[in-house]
Design a protein around this ligand. Structure first.
Ligand code: GTR
Length: 327
């Protein structure tokens, strides 16, 4: 059986020796269950890779956080014990600060703006920025917009969330955003959130419609308030240890297959967003639009100054803003 311990033992040995593992599929991790669009996006890529290499390269996906939380599996990927990993940008925020930029609150004006930015030069800069950190960024996948949900009451204005314990991903930026609203951020792995809500360890969390639905958080937290404060995408990375052992031809095939899987994933994503929304609303979830969204974005403005600190980040912000009009 492949598990985290097995990967650490065999992967570490192979990475150090710079060889081995050639005859087995590349292993890929995902925190989501098998029918989630991110997993299906990587599956689409895997099919193309297998076909285009005549079966020489294959990918095996371990869905449902079988190999651990995103933070843990990212460590394994950097280290070379895991080959591929599909994660949100949040756990990369502390590894490469370029990834903070698309995670900034209220940066993108629309889904189209987000897609144009990631498909364009800013996206490429961010993918390339991961190499010095042991990761090869292959492509971005959609993650829609994240909103707050909780077990207590609808959030209409910042006062409504003040004092609540809100689960965040393992990222100082998310901690900062929640603090800026006067709530108490609690960093926690995705897999622990449902229990946390049920047991009252936390009052709420924030996520997109599909994760809110798929992880069953909606069963425990019935108030979904559409702040849409972040549109940070998902990303597919390969361990640089593994990448360096691929032939130039296979590197090109992996890169192209990842790119080609993006429109496949986006189509699945759009359908899943509509489906998840419908399902949770039918189950009795109370969703509300926010009248005065500026009341939230103004409070979160301070995190921009705290987290946008390098010239590369500033240029990324500017380039993304310039794409806003076009999308
Ligand atoms: C989801 C995302 C996951 C993970 C999760 C979380 O939207 O797809 O990769 O980041 O959010 O909140 O932990």
């Amino acid at each position: 059986m492949i598990n985290r311990r097995h990967l650490i033992a065999t992967g570490a040995a192979a990475a150090v020796a710079g060889c081995g593992q050639a005859d087995r599929p590349l292993y890929s991790a995902d925190a989501h269950v098998a029918d989630y669009p991110t997993v299906q996006g990587v599956e689409a890529m895997a099919r193309m890779v297998e076909e285009r290499t005549g079966g020489r390269q294959r990918v095996k996906i371990f869905a449902g956080a079988q190999l651990g939380s995103e933070r843990d599996t990212l460590e394994l990927t950097v280290f070379g014990a895991l080959d591929l990993n599909r994660v949100n940008l949040a756990p990369l925020n502390s590894i490469a600060n370029e990834t903070i930029v698309p995670s900034l609150p209220f940066l993108f004006s629309s889904i189209d703006h987000m897609r144009a930015s990631l498909d364009g030069a800013p996206g490429q800069t961010i993918l390339d920025a991961l190499r010095p950190h042991g990761l090869v960024g292959l492509c971005f996948y959609d993650s829609g917009a994240r909103s707050f949900y909780n077990t207590r009451h609808a959030i209409n204005e910042p006062d409504d969330i003040r004092g609540m314990k809100i689960r965040v991903q393992n990222s100082d930026l998310y901690v900062g955003m929640v603090e800026a609203l006067g709530a108490n951020p609690t960093p926690m792995a995705l897999g622990e959130v449902y229990q946390g809500l049920v047991q009252g360890v936390i009052d709420g969390a924030e996520n997109n419609w599909p994760s809110y639905e798929s992880a069953r958080h909606f069963e425990a937290a019935q108030y979904y308030s559409l702040t849409r404060h972040v549109m940070a995408p998902e990303i597919l990375v390969m361990s640089k240890h593994r990448w360096d052992r691929l032939s130039g031809e296979d590197q090109e095939i992996f890169q192209q297959a990842a790119r080609d899987s993006v429109p496949v994933m986006r189509e699945l994503w759009d359908a899943r967003v509509a489906d998840s929304r419908e399902r949770v609303l039918a189950s009795g979830v109370e969703a509300n639009e926010i009248g005065d969204i500026a009341a939230f974005s103004n409070l979160m403005e301070g995190v921009w100054d705290r987290f946008v600190v390098t010239d590369v980040q500033r240029r990324l912000v500017e380039d993304i803003r310039n794409l806003g009009g076009a999308a």
